[in-house]
Write a protein that binds this ligand. Structure first.
Ligand SMILES: [Zn+2]
Length: 1035
């Protein structure tokens, strides 16, 4: 994977949201932290020396810093009472060309190592472990290999594989061919077919640069930091990748993947000693110290601003070609290892750009000149020197100058006026929430948070001590009320290292790219001798033979099915009625003093013609003002009092009937305990007195949404393809496509381009009448047990305030099934007296049918989806199909679609709603991929897999089933889907019991042609074969 700096302007502080599973209630002792505090500076442990031991109470952890004596390898351990333990090793990789050498290396080291010489141990471990996360990625200046798991044995196994892969990889020539690039006959077995470029990274990067935002971000970094490694594409420029040689790859490994250039990180509750011993014994003891020459020098400051223009591909859904220009202005900031300055500038950046009260939002977004901020807006701290960037996308070319003037003027105004105190308070409140809100991947969040700073020899522990930074920040503000304004003056106004970058689409962009690729190819092919050609043909065959050989993974460590917990932990909750008859689910959890409130309201009475507008309604409901608050004041209150209030449409499948589903809208929110009354008051105002008058602001929100949806297609094309393919298979599939498929993307695009938006705005109060009342509602609260009585009172108040709709409304669809949820979990202290009754829609006349859709988009890669209607969750076959999907992915589709086909990814999955999906991601093929899907089904029917294969698929399925659940999410399966823990346990037992016979039987019963209804969709470039085939609908 290649991860290019920050996406969508997420800053580091925003990213860090506190995780961990406190098994203990707040206040109880924390063993892991206590134990870590016992280490003494200077203590020697397994070849390491302890350098520093620091408690970080604000994040509930103890940091232990060590150095490896013989190699100088650095080590940071964060002890925390969290079972989801994480390991990562990162190397400073600073390439000086765009051949993508660190990226190809990242892929190739995962293809086999000395101790684990089998092909692709990394992907194989996915099936032999209960990991909660496994990945590798290449950033601009480092490469990181992280994994996490809750099982100690698994941790040791994965650590062993990771250490061997990174320090002792085989780096075979064929691996380089497969993962990097190669010349190969289009059809490898036909020497007459043309030679073309193939390779996983080559295709991945071609796919990555179909994303215009990414093109912009890449150029921005390259041009703002032009002196060293940041001037090249670390992931690889598709036109430069074919310059990379196998020798260069091996050389890069020898000089960069050395302990003296490595930083090791561990996190969680497992003991440190064992990690140190294993890392020393299996890797570090085999090396001697060296001096890595990988440091990035400071960027030379410019003496005057610079300006650049670039081009990109046309917007995939463009209709208004005249408004597709992007422009931004960037400023170089200080070194990120100055952690307090970085903290301050990060906060300053949020004040400048986030939310409707920020100066740049007011000046740029509300100018109406563009659709949304330019990519990577705000503080970017992923390079040695950070930078700030601000601008607009979706503007007319002639407005570039105006946008630049607005940016300069806004900076002047901020220097003059400063920021309101309330906004600073809101931001500090947000940091408090982020430190308390628990995610399930805290270890991963931490390692990503410190990676860049540590990479340049900054102090990662200092970075984590946010409490100190906050205190110092408040102190600075107190001593100097102009503290922030002076920073703006220093870094923005008086900064000559300033760059303007503009980008506009070129209709011939992809054509030109293709032409350059063709020329590159011709140049390579023409220089080949007859002998070279013969060799290429032979190597192509050899690669294919290798890929088709039965694989022996027995050298790899593995967990067994018996290592999986037979019984899952049950969640306690209570259900009580509030305001007469509204069911409320109360789930006591160790939430660190946070309260999570949700409400679900049914859409059953909403007229059909309003349904496509529900996502838009949800999107703007908390953003247009309510009661006496205008939209700015409302945004301010939400930031000051809550951690967010969001609304989203949901289509929830039934567990026992495919043609039955529940439709509704989910209201979600979180806040600190002390702010619960304020948050519930805000909800009351939003329900009772939402404001739908601000036409101009509505327009702004619509444009931003449309732009975001359209920008998201290159990343989520496979999801859009499967949504479309399942549209005609079940009634809920049709509604899902309306809410979140390509239909919705296109609808939003049309609305965004309307000159008169009033008719759309007028639909919102109509939707409100059907939705914002407690006629068909249920609520849930997750909070500490101490907080529950207060929460009960607040929810009761809220529901009494909201009240009922005045007239009785009938459901629009005639067939409604009332279904009580299965509550009263086994092992709970007391069985709830109340129940949640869900009102589901059923369509007894529904007939599934096949549809094949091709969305023609100007991309050089395809996203292919094939969906099959199977059975719902409660059916025993559902468990078999779930295991089968994993089996087909690991044992067949991965080889066919990725290794042989050159796609970035592909596989099979079964959704909760009973739709079996085969898909590919960033795929050079389309029709051929559909044929591979067919072959995968034949393979499944033939039953050519072993008990070992089945056990591996089970492990892999269970690592997802048992992935940690945050305290805020506990009980949600019950609240939303009506699933009790008993039902989940029964399903668990079905998964354990799946046999070879069942797997072949469900393959025959559901997947064969003519058995169940199949449906297909492709997103991708024009395709002559499809165009000629009348069974396809081309859109
Ligand atoms: Zn990659």
């Amino acid at each position: 994977m290649w991860r290019f700096s920050g996406r969508r302007g997420l800053c580091a502080v925003q990213r860090l949201s506190c995780g961990a599973h406190h098994k203990v209630w707040r206040g109880k002792s924390d063993q892991a932290c206590e134990r870590a505090l016992q280490y003494k500076v200077g203590e020697k442990i397994h070849g390491f020396t302890v350098k520093q031991v620091t408690p970080v109470p604000e994040l509930f952890l103890t940091a232990v810093k060590l150095n490896h004596d013989n190699t100088g390898a650095r080590y940071l351990h964060l002890a925390r009472e969290d079972k989801n333990n994480l390991f990562s090793v990162q190397f400073r990789t600073t390439p000086m060309d765009s051949t993508g050498v660190p990226h190809v290396l990242e892929h190739t080291v995962l293809c086999g190592s000395q101790k684990y010489p089998c092909r692709d141990p990394f992907f194989k471990m996915l099936n032999r472990s209960l990991s909660t996360f496994m990945n590798a990625f290449t950033a601009s200046d480092y490469t990181m290999y992280p994994f996490s798991t809750q099982n100690p044995k698994d941790f040791q196994n994965l650590l062993s594989v990771y250490l061997d892969a990174t320090f002792f990889p085989c780096l075979r020539e064929l691996d380089f061919w497969q993962e990097g690039w190669r010349l190969e006959h289009e059809n490898p077995s036909d020497p007459q077919s043309p030679l073309i470029f193939k390779g996983v990274v080559f295709n991945e990067m071609k796919g990555a640069f179909t994303d215009n935002e990414r093109i912009f971000s890449q150029h921005l970094q390259n041009k703002l930091l032009p002196d060293h490694t940041y001037s090249v594409v670390s992931g690889g420029d598709p036109l430069c990748i074919p310059e990379l040689t196998w020798e260069q790859l091996k050389e890069f490994h020898a000089t960069h993947y050395h302990p003296s250039n490595a930083r090791f990180f561990t996190y969680g509750s497992f003991p440190l000693e064992q990690h140190l011993k294993q890392i020393h014994d299996e890797a570090l003891s085999k090396f001697q110290k060296m001096e890595p020459s990988t440091a990035v020098p400071a960027q030379q400051h410019w003496d005057k601003p610079r300006e650049f223009h670039i081009t990109c591909g046309p917007d995939s859904l463009a209709t208004d070609a005249s408004k597709q220009t992007t422009v931004s202005v960037s400023f170089l900031l200080p070194d990120i290892t100055d952690t307090f300055e970085a903290f301050t500038l990060n906060l300053l950046s949020s004040l400048l750009i986030s939310g409707p009260n920020s100066p740049f939002y007011k000046a740029l977004i509300e100018s109406g000149l563009g659709t949304d901020f330019s990519p990577d807006v705000g503080y970017n701290g992923y390079t040695r020197e950070a930078y700030f960037n601000v601008g607009l996308q979706g503007i007319a070319e002639k407005d570039v100058k105006t946008v630049r003037e607005i940016i300069d003027r806004t900076i002047e105004e901020v220097i003059e006026k400063g920021f309101e105190d309330d906004r600073i308070e809101a931001l500090l409140h947000k940091i408090e929430i982020q430190m308390k809100h628990q995610s399930t991947s805290f270890g991963l969040a931490l390692t990503s948070y410190i990676a860049s700073c540590w990479n340049h020899d900054g102090d990662p522990v200092e970075l984590l001590q946010m409490g100190n930074h906050l205190t110092k920040f408040r102190q600075c503000l107190k001593e100097n009320p102009k503290f922030l304004q002076e920073k703006v003056e220093q870094y923005f106004k008086n900064n000559q290292h300033k760059m303007t970058l503009s980008m506009k689409p070129d209709d011939k962009y992809y054509e030109k790219q293709t032409q350059m690729e063709t020329e590159k190819l011709a140049q390579k092919v023409n220089s080949l001798s007859q002998a070279d050609k013969q060799q290429i043909y032979q190597k192509g065959l050899e690669l294919r033979t290798q890929q088709s050989k039965p694989q022996d993974a027995s050298c790899l460590p593995a967990l067994k099915v018996s290592d999986i917990e037979p019984v899952m932990p049950f969640t306690n909750f209570d259900i009580a009625l509030a305001a007469g008859d509204v069911p409320v689910q109360y789930c006591p959890q160790p939430t660190n003093g946070m309260v999570y409130f949700r409400a679900f309201s049914s859409l059953n009475t909403l007229p059909e013609e309003l349904r496509p507008y529900v996502p838009l309604f949800c999107n703007v409901l908390t953003k247009l003002g309510c009661g006496i608050l205008d939209y700015r004041e409302q945004a301010q209150q939400i930031e000051l009092k809550t951690g967010g209030m969001t609304v989203s449409p949901h289509v929830l499948p039934d567990d026992s009937q495919l043609d039955t589903y529940e439709q509704g809208v989910l209201f979600s929110s979180l806040c600190l305990e002390r702010n619960l009354p304020d948050m519930m008051h805000l909800w009351s105002e939003i329900f009772n007195n939402p404001c739908f008058e601000e036409e101009e602001h509505f327009k702004v929100l619509v444009k931003m949404t449309a732009q975001e949806l359209s920008n998201g297609i290159p990343d989520s094309g496979h999801l859009y393809a499967s949504l479309r393919a399942s549209k005609t298979l079940t009634p809920s599939g049709d509604l899902k496509e309306t809410f979140s498929g390509m239909d919705q993307v296109r609808l939003m695009k049309r609305i965004a381009e309307m000159t008169d938006i009033k008719p759309i705005l007028r639909k919102l109060p109509r939707i409100k009448k059907y939705l914002l009342n407690c006629d068909n509602m249920r609520c849930s609260v997750n909070a500490t047990p101490q907080q529950m009585p207060q929460a009960e009172k607040e929810v009761e108040n809220f529901l009494r305030n909201v009240g009922r709709s005045k007239k009785e409304r009938k459901p629009v669809r005639p067939h409604i099934v009332e279904k009580p949820t299965h509550s009263g979990p086994r092992g709970s202290a007391h069985v709830s007296s109340s129940q949640i009754i869900r009102k589901l829609i059923t369509d007894p006349t529904f007939k599934p049918c096949q549809m094949k859709t091709h969305f023609v988009l100007p991309f050089p890669v395809n996203y292919v989806g094939e969906c099959v209607r199977t059975v719902p969750y409660a059916d025993p076959d559902h468990a078999s199909l779930k295991i089968l999907a994993r089996l087909m992915t690991a044992k067949f589709l991965h080889t066919e679609i990725r290794e042989k086909g050159g796609a970035y990814g592909g596989g099979a999955k079964l959704s909760h709603s009973g739709i079996f999906t085969l898909y590919s991601y960033r795929d050079p093929n389309s029709i051929e991929t559909l044929q591979s899907f067919g072959k995968a089904v034949d393979w499944a029917k033939s039953g050519k897999f072993t008990q070992q294969d089945i056990d591996e698929a089970k492990l892999s399925v269970f690592s997802a089933v048992d992935s940690p659940v945050a305290p805020s999410e506990k009980g949600m399966d019950h609240f939303l889907y009506g699933l009790s823990d008993e039902m989940k346990q029964a399903h668990r037992e079905q998964l354990f019991a799946v046999s070879h016979d069942q797997l072949t039987s469900v393959s025959h019963k559901y997947l064969g042609i003519g058995k169940s209804t199949h449906s297909l969709a492709i997103l991708g470039p024009e395709n002559p074969k499809i165009a000629k085939d009348p069974s396809w609908i081309v859109r």
